[in-house]
Design a protein around this ligand. Structure first.
Ligand SMILES: Cc1cc2ncn([C@H]3O[C@H](COP(=O)(O)O)[C@@H](O)[C@H]3O)c2cc1C
Ligand SMILES: O=C(O)c1cccnc1
Length: 336
């Protein structure tokens, strides 16, 4: 499906017009939850998850049958500064690995019954080094947003977006710092495993990037400090909202993409839950700025959509209970 925008201001207008949750379906799901054969609240957060999902699907007794996982890949000019423990060629090499079925996200998608696709964004044309000026032109960021938008299968009933882009924890740290303030060092982490020297370079690069790109409008932050795969994730998350497809957010990079939407329009990521808290140092702080509580905490620091894909299992469990359990009346079990 082609994207309904061709400029950043069209995209901004799309964000302003996104639908709200279906309050009637949500209320009906809450009512059903109260009648299921369990002590009230005994399924903990699974109950809230199922009600949230029902509201977004507009169905008080929904099914989750077609989860989609999309991995976006992009290259970053800022890698020339030595911000990653791995060389930039790994991005294209991992794309080949995704296509051959050999990456972690291939296995997790298969394990949780998700259709997975990979979209590479101009890998032979890295974004400009954001420590000296904008990473992308308006045309480039809009093209990446549109790729993300168009990658969403309208028939999917759940979306996970993941990324591959050596250097992108530096871009994500710069985005988070620009959007939420604080010192660059509060937002940088070890990514693929940089040592103390690498971490200090990374923090310095983020500081330079913030100085070189002073506009704090959230979509300008995405253009100036982001990358193509980060913008594509934002485009896909926004498209899912327009189609009432719930989203499970992945790690630090995915959350930074979502943050640019959240600060652009009220309620823009209400259709998202946080799949996990990654081991990247600032991910918890970023999730807390977004008002999201992670479902899992397993020490993952991979990206690719891996933590979110694992959380598909949790969401499937929540929906199976919500939609499949008997009520007290149906089962002839005495209510309290
Ligand atoms: C083999 C390999 C597979 C990966 N899959 C995801 N990432 C993750 O690591 C990168 C971010 O870390 P940094 O900012 O330190 O470069 C991203 O590509 C992310 O998806 C990988 C990294 C590597 C090396
Ligand atoms: O939080 C993440 O998604 C993450 C952390 C480290 C490296 N790649 C991704």
């Amino acid at each position: 499906m082609t994207a309904p925008f061709s400029t950043l201001s069209d995209f901004r207008a799309q964000l302003q017009g996104l639908p709200r949750v279906d309050a009637a379906a949500e209320a009906a799901a809450r009512d059903r939850n109260g009648q299921l054969t369990k002590p009230p609240g005994a399924l903990g957060r699974l109950e809230d998850l199922a009600i949230w999902y029902a509201g977004w699907r507009g169905n008080a007794r929904p099914a989750l049958e077609r989860p989609q996982v999309i991995v976006f890949a992009g290259n970053h000019g800022v890698t020339a500064r030595g911000v990653s423990a791995f060389p930039a060629e790994v991005t294209v090499q991992m794309v080949a690995n995704f296509r051959a079925g050999g990456a972690a996200i291939n296995q997790l998608s298969k394990a949780f019954g998700a259709e997975m696709s990979v979209h590479e964004l101009d890998l032979d044309r890295p974004t400009a080094d954001f420590s000296v000026g904008p990473a992308m032109s308006e045309a480039e960021v809009v093209a990446a947003l549109a790729t993300g938008w168009a990658a969403v299968n309208p028939e999917a009933d759940l979306l996970v977006v993941g990324e591959m882009g050596i250097g992108n924890t530096t871009a994500a740290a710069a985005i988070a710092c620009a959007l939420f303030g604080g010192q660059p060092g509060e937002w940088t982490g070890r990514g693929t495993g940089v040592d103390d020297h690498g971490l200090s370079i990374k923090t310095q690069v983020v500081a330079e990037g913030l100085a070189a790109n002073p506009d704090r409008d959230p979509l300008e932050v995405l253009r100036c400090l982001g990358g193509r795969e980060i913008a594509a994730m934002a485009g896909a998350i926004a498209c899912a909202h327009a189609r009432r497809i719930p989203v499970i957010l992945d790690g630090f990079i995915c959350s930074a993409a979502a943050a640019t939407l959240a600060l652009s329009a009220e309620g823009a990521i209400d259709h998202c839950v946080a799949g996990h808290a990654s081991a990247e140092a600032a991910h918890r702080a970023l999730l807390s700025k977004l008002g999201k509580q992670p479902l899992l905490e397993l020490g993952l620091r991979l990206g690719e959509g891996s933590g979110a894909a694992l959380a598909i299992g949790v969401l499937k469990g929540a929906i199976a209970c919500h939609s499949g359990m008997a009520t007290f009346a149906e089962a002839g079990v005495s209510d309290s």
